[in-house]
Ligand binder design. Structure first.
Ligand code: ADP
Length: 497
């Protein structure tokens, strides 16, 4: 038996999974990752801890089958998180600044004030935000003593987590990254496929510290023999959401995947079109092969599973997330209750930062079950908001984006919520059979490069969901419910919104 080794370096954990040639998961190992909070709004990771975790999980799974059985290695990772390290030793020169970290909000405001937003949107496909690596790197260069001078002298490497792992795995033979990860730095021109000189200059980032950008599927060199006994070929690297989309075989134009965890990430394949969004959705790279880029449109829902956590932890209406399903089934289908979880304002497509959450439409008969059902249903409504906006953007570019939604993540265990999602969207919802879609996507990318899994067309044909939810609600009820949601959203909007 031969395997592909998938390394998934995530925000809260690091895992390795061996996938068989048929795509089935085999031995797996996972270790949690320490979250470092130096100050409110700041989140860091220790790159050395990450590297040791990668070595450990890989050695654990390779111990079960032998490193010789591995045909290729694929890497997927938390995106945007920023690392700087010493080119000579590979040692990190600061903790990694994690994507969630907001310390660079003032610099982002400065860039906004200087009028950089149109340039950033046009070249990088992104909106100016502390999420992305650019301002984090600028912060490191201006706050770590001596770093800027050493970087200018070529002694320092910058990279996202994939880049750091590639450097360590190859013992410094490759300072590289892939196009999907480069696309999240806010320094990369996704149309041209090159670092953007204007942004580098504005942020005083020496080009000498940037990684070489390679195809998502391709040659990233060999792991140094000392790590796993033999050298293993690294053949695929992709950011986590892009890997998940590939793990869901979203390989055709217009195909969409949504991952329902704490938040929800939606990614749509827009083929060779870099789609400009009318509602501040992100335009990004889905993958790059043989130098040709496939693009994606990406949107997020802040509160998906987090709404269920709030019902559990703040209101105490449920003891566990699982309990929400049985309760929702017992709710009054005509309660008229809506929960708008605008706890962090309203995101796409409304973008109203000052909106506040609310439960509306309650009569004296409203019950705990009705409120919990409204919480689950809010995830379906928010998905429809987001998908409608995305499909509008795609339609404007001539991409046919109707069809099916592919889903994964913790919330997909909830059958009521998934059925309601299909009902509110009026389209089928397909639940992934292998829930580790992110790792699977990394395995697909790397495996395809060495003859596993077939080409993308084969992947699309052979991919089978664990379960399909077909819409069962009539159009009149669907539209009435959705109209009620939009009315509820209207009631929580801020005056200026
Ligand atoms: P993350 O990767 O963001 O930690 P997961 O994919 O592990 O998220 O999913 C966890 C989230 O899914 C939690 O927010 C939890 O509330 C929600 N969740 C898990 N199981 C259920 C369920 N049966 N019904 C509703 N929500 C659920």
């Amino acid at each position: 038996m031969r395997y592909v080794l998938a390394i998934d370096q995530g925000t809260t954990s690091t895992r390795a999974i061996l996938f068989e040639e048929a795509g089935q998961p085999g031995p797996a190992a996972v270790v949690p990752l320490t979250q470092i909070y130096p100050a409110p709004g700041q989140v860091e990771h220790d790159p050395e801890e990450i590297w040791n975790a990668v070595l450990n999980v890989c050695r654990t799974v390779l111990g079960e089958v032998g490193a010789d059985a591995v045909a290729a290695v694929g890497i997927t990772n938390q995106r945007e998180t920023t690392v700087v390290w010493d080119r000579a030793t590979g040692r990190p020169l600061h903790n990694a600044i994690v994507w969630q970290d907001r310390r660079t909000a003032p610099l982002c405001a400065e860039l906004e004030g200087e009028g950089w937003a149109p340039h950033v949107a046009e070249t990088t496909g992104l909106i100016i935000d502390p999420y992305f690596s650019a301002t984090k790197l600028a912060w490191l260069l201006s706050h770590v003593p001596g770093l800027a001078a050493r970087a200018a002298a070529g002694e320092v490497c910058f990279g996202t987590i994939d880049s750091y792992l590639l450097f360590r795995l190859t013992n410094g033979a490759l300072h590289g990254t892939d196009a999907t990860n480069a696309a999240r730095t806010m320094l990369f021109d996704i149309g041209k496929g090159a670092w953007d000189a204007a942004l580098l200059e504005r942020l005083d980032i020496p080009p000498a510290m940037l990684p070489e950008v390679r195809d998502t599927q391709g040659d990233f060199g060999m792991t140094a023999a000392e790590h796993f006994g033999v050298g293993l070929p690294i053949r695929g690297v992709a950011g986590d959401q892009q890997a998940a989309a590939h793990g869901q075989a979203c390989v055709r134009p217009g195909m969409v995947k949504a991952t329902y965890g704490t938040g929800c990430f939606v990614v749509a394949n827009t083929a060779d079109q870099k789609v400009a969004s009318a509602t501040r959705m992100l335009s990004t790279i889905l993958s790059q092969r043989a130098g040709a880029r496939t693009f994606a449109l990406e949107g997020a829902i802040f509160m998906a599973g987090a709404t269920i956590q709030w019902l559990r932890d703040n209101l105490g209406l449920i003891e566990s997330a699982e309990e929400s399903e049985a309760l929702a089934r017992s709710a009054d289908p005509n309660s008229g209750v809506y929960l708008v979880p605008a706890f962090q304002g309203l995101g796409a497509p409304f973008w109203d930062a000052d909106a506040k959450a609310a439960i509306v439409g309650m009569s004296r008969a409203a019950s705990r079950a009705d409120v919990v059902a409204a919480g689950l249903e809010s995830v379906a409504f928010q998905t429809r908001d987001l998908l409608s906006a995305m499909r509008h953007d795609m339609g404007a570019t001539g991409i046919d984006a109707t069809g099916t939604l592919r889903v994964d993540g913790g919330m997909t265990a909830n059958g009521w919520a998934m059925q309601r999602l299909a009902d509110i969207l009026g389209e089928a919802v397909e639940v992934a059979a292998i829930l580790e879609t992110t790792s699977l996507g990394a395995a697909y990318f790397a495996g395809q490069a060495v003859g596993f899994y077939g080409d993308n067309a084969t992947l699309a044909e052979t991919w089978t969901p664990a379960r399909v939810y077909e819409p069962a609600m009539g159009a009149a009820e669907r539209e009435a419910r959705y109209a009620g949601w939009l009315e509820a959203v209207d009631r929580v909007r801020s005056r200026e919104g």
